[in-house]
Ligand binder design. Structure first.
Ligand SMILES: Nc1nc2c(ncn2[C@@H]2O[C@H](COP(=O)(O)OP(=O)(O)OP(=O)(O)O)[C@@H](O)[C@H]2O)c(=O)[nH]1
Ligand SMILES: [Mg+2]
Length: 438
C-alpha cells in the first residue's frame, strides 16, 4: 500500500470512531476519488487556501458541497456530498461540524484547498487553526437571519490570522420573499467588513442559494451563483506570495503513526521548501529541539519529493516516537528557530459585542494563548515599572494594552507574530508579539 494511501486511511481511522461500514464507505469514497479525479496534486496552477466561515447553520457545509458538485461537473473536483464533508459520526448526531474538513478542487485558474470551518461557538478553537491556513475566505451569511454574532467573530478572527480579502455569499435567498431584506443584508455586510478593516465597498457579494445549487433547482439563484462565487474568489482573492526563499517552517497540526513506517506530523507549511531526506528540528514544548530527518513527504494525498510554503503536508519523521511530537511544535530547518517563554505584546481586548468578556481583568490574568497551531497556558502582567503597574490598572473590554506575556511551555515564536487569547471557550483578546524577552 502506498504511503499516501496509508496516511489517508490512518488519518481517517484516527479522526473518527467510524463503524466498519462507515470506514469501508470512506475507503470507497477515497477509491472513487482517486479514480475519477486523477488531477492529484500537481503544481501546474497556483495554489490557494480558502475556506467557509460564518454563523452556525447559515449554510457553510451546504455551500462547500455545492462547490464540489459544480466543479465535479467540470472535471475539476470530486463531488463531496454534504454527509461526506460533515462526516464524523459525533457530528452527525449533533448536527454541527466539529473537526474542520479539508477539501480540494480547481477552477480554470487555480487549485484550491478548502476548509469547511465549524460555526458553533464551542468549536471556534478548531476554527482558529483552520483559519490560520486561509489565504482568503468565503463568509456565508443567511439572508433570512443577516449577520449574527459568529459572523462578526469569524471576520475578526480571519483578520487576525492574516486573511486580507473575503468574498461574501449571502445564502438562502430562496427562503426570503422581501427583496429589500436582501439589500439590507448586503449593505450591512459592507459596513461590517469595513469596520473590521476589509475593503467593504469593493468586496464581491454574491446572493444565492447553496441548497438550490446542490439540489439542481432554480439555476438562476443556484448553480449560476456558485459559478459567480468561484469567479469572484478567483479574481478577488490574490494568489499569495509564498515565502519560498526563507528557511523551512511548518507548524504541527496533527500527529499519527503508520505501523511499520514511523511517525507522521502534518500541517501547513508557512515558509521555505523542504526536500525529502533533509534534516529538520522539532522546536517548542520542550527545552531542547529534537533533531530528525524527513524520509517521506506527502502533499495533498500524494507522495512527493518536496514540500513548500502553502502546502498542507505530512512529513514522515525518522526515529521519532509519536508521543514526542506534539501539536503546536514547529518543524524547521535546523538552527533557524528558537523556543521562547516570555515576550512583550500589544493586545486588543474584545468587547462584549465582539464576543469578548463583559468585565475587565487585572494583572496576573491567566488565559489560554493560541498561536499558530499551539495553545498554551499564559500569564499576563504589566511591564515592570510601567505606569499601569504602579496604578494597578484594570484592563477593560475594548482596550488596547501593552503587557508582558509568559507562557507555560516554550514555543517557537517571533516578533511580529499574531495570536489569540481565549478563556472559557471564547476569544477575549487578540495580540501581536512586539518583542521577545526570554
Ligand atoms: N432554504 C435554504 N436552506 C439552506 C440553504 N443552504 C443551506 N440550507 C439549510 O440550512 C441548514 C444548515 O446548513 P449547513 O450547511 O449545515 O450550515 P453550516 O453553516 O455548515 O452549519 P454549522 O456547520 O453547524 O455551523 C441545513 O438544514 C441546510 O439544508 C439554502 O440556500 N436555502
Ligand atoms: Mg457545517
Amino acid at each position: 500500500m502506498s504511503f499516501a494511501r496509508t496516511l489517508l486511511q490512518t488519518t481517517r481511522a484516527l479522526r473518527s470512531n467510524a463503524s466498519p461500514v462507515q470506514q469501508a464507505l470512506n475507503n470507497k469514497l477515497f477509491y472513487n476519488a482517486t479514480r475519477n479525479y486523477a488531477v492529484a496534486f500537481t503544481r501546474d496552477k497556483p495554489h490557494v487556501n480558502i475556506g467557509t466561515i460564518g454563523h452556525v447553520d447559515h449554510g457553510k457545509t451546504t455551500l462547500t458541497a455545492a462547490i464540489t458538485k459544480r466543479q465535479a461537473e467540470k472535471g475539476f473536483a470530486n463531488y463531496l456530498a454534504y454527509d461526506a464533508i460533515d462526516k464524523a459520526p459525533e457530528e452527525r448526531k449533533r448536527g454541527i461540524t466539529i473537526s474542520t474538513a479539508h477539501i480540494e478542487y480547481q477552477t480554470d485558474n487555480r487549485h484550491y484547498a478548502h476548509v469547511d470551518c465549524p460555526g458553533h461557538a464551542d468549536y471556534i478553537k478548531n476554527m482558529i487553526t483552520g483559519a490560520a491556513s486561509m489565504d482568503g475566505a468565503i463568509i456565508v451569511v443567511a439572508a433570512s437571519d443577516g449577520q449574527m454574532p459568529q459572523t462578526r467573530e469569524h471576520l475578526l478572527l480571519a483578520r487576525q490570522v492574516g486573511v486580507k480579502r473575503i468574498v461574501v455569499f449571502v445564502n438562502k435567498v430562496d427562503a426570503v420573499e422581501d427583496k429589500e431584506m436582501l439589500e439590507l443584508v448586503e449593505m450591512e455586510m459592507r459596513e461590517l467588513l469595513s469596520s473590521y478593516g476589509f475593503e467593504g465597498d469593493e468586496t464581491p457579494i454574491i446572493l444565492g442559494s447553496a441548497l438550490c445549487s446542490l439540489e439542481g433547482r432554480e439555476p438562476e439563484i443556484g448553480e449560476k451563483k456558485v459559478d459567480e462565487l468561484l469567479e469572484a474568489v478567483d479574481t478577488w482573492i490574490p494568489t499569495p506570495e509564498r515565502q519560498l526563499e526563507k528557511p523551512f517552517l511548518m507548524s504541527v497540526e496533527d500527529v499519527f503513526s503508520i505501523p511499520g513506517r514511523g511517525t507522521v506530523a502534518s500541517g501547513r507549511v508557512e515558509r521555505g521548501v523542504l526536500k525529502k531526506d533533509s534534516e529538520v528540528e522539532l522546536v517548542g514544548k520542550n527545552n531542547a529541539p529534537i533533531r530528525t530527518k524527513v524520509t517521506d513527504i506527502e502533499t495533498f494525498k500524494k507522495s512527493c519529493d518536496e514540500s513548500r510554503a502553502g502546502d498542507n503536508s505530512g512529513l514522515l519523521l525518522r526515529g521519532v516516537k509519536r508521543e514526542d511530537v506534539l501539536r503546536g511544535m514547529i518543524i524547521a530547518k535546523p538552527g533557524t528557530s528558537k523556543a521562547h517563554r516570555r515576550f512583550l505584546t500589544s493586545m486588543y481586548v474584545l468587547t462584549k459585542e465582539e464576543g469578548g468578556r463583559h468585565t475587565g481583568f487585572h494583572t496576573n490574568y491567566k488565559p489560554q494563548l493560541f498561536i499558530r497551531t499551539a495553545d498554551e497556558a499564559a500569564h499576563l502582567t504589566w511591564a515592570e515599572g510601567s505606569a499601569e503597574e504602579k496604578e494597578d490598572k484594570m484592563v477593560m473590554p475594548g482596550d488596547n494594552v501593552e503587557m508582558v506575556c509568559e507562557i507555560h511551555k516554550p514555543l517557537a515564536i517571533e516578533q511580529g507574530q499574531r495570536f489569540n487569547v481565549r478563556e472559557g471557550g471564547r476569544t477575549v483578546a487578540t495580540g501581536l508579539i512586539t518583542r521577545i524577552l526570554e
